[in-house]
Write a protein that binds this ligand. Structure first.
Ligand code: AMP
Length: 210
């Protein structure tokens, strides 16, 4: 089963992807995590992406499309995968269609802008494995330490207020139109992202299995 999680930055796509991939036993492909890894290790791709990520802009389509194309060819994606943070533009969605990838469901996690701004200030991510937490709503068992790998939890550079505002406006302009794109293909389902975490997961699973 191939699934796309759509939604604004901070809507909880990463958190839900982690839970659902464990339940469905398929990997998550997160372009944001792959790009952050490349930034950390200073690869050519990381160097190309840095100025865009730092400003809250989208990395050019050809770069992210290349990342996804390579990643989903790997063996662990054969039984399906969850795309978190891709596609983010109509061109990326078209490229996915051109790759011959058949998408089963596109789950839009809806959260309003005010709530997004509130959440982003509490967001923390593991600098080692990329797992996400929130100091208000999804606390780790030990403060500042990742439950999964014991890595250190940090605030993302691009979670500063100005960058978040830019990322939200990019979302409204370039990513939100994907809802119409996938609605026209009959694949879009919508979930209320402002409920309790477990309720959101239940709704997503129900929609995926429907
Ligand atoms: P995320 O963790 O998904 O919010 O991604 C962090 C940053 O990585 C974004 O603000 C973009 O700069 C970049 N990025 C991640 N996914 C994409 C994508 N599909 N297209 C373009 N840029 C992306």
């Amino acid at each position: 089963m191939n699934i796309i999680l759509l939604g604004a930055p901070g809507a909880g796509k990463g958190t839900q992807a982690e839970i659902i991939c464990d339940k469905l036993q398929i990997p998550t492909v997160s372009t944001g995590n792959i790009i952050r890894e490349a930034l950390k290790s200073g690869t050519d791709m990381g160097k190309k992406a840095k100025s865009f990520v730092d400003k809250g802009k989208l990395v050019p389509d050809e770069v992210v499309i290349g990342i996804v194309k390579e990643r989903i060819k790997k063996d662990d994606c054969k039984a399906g995968f969850i795309l978190d943070g891709f596609p983010r533009t109509i061109s990326q969605a078209e490229a996915l269609d051109d790759m011959g990838v058949s998408i089963d469901r596109v789950v839009d996690i809806e959260v309003d802008d005010q709530e997004i701004l509130k959440r982003m200030s509490g967001r923390r991510v593991c600098e080692k494995c990329g797992a996400s937490y929130n100091i208000n709503s999804k606390k780790p068992k030990v403060e500042g330490v990742c439950d999964r790998c014991a890595g250190t939890l940090v605030q993302r550079m691009d979670d500063s207020l100005d960058t978040v505002k830019e990322r939200l406006s990019v979302y409204h302009e370039q990513t939100k139109p994907l809802k119409g794109y996938y609605e026209a293909q009959g694949k879009l389902v919508t979930v209320d992202g402002q409920q309790e975490l477990s309720k959101i997961t239940d709704d997503i699973i129900r929609e995926i299995e429907a």
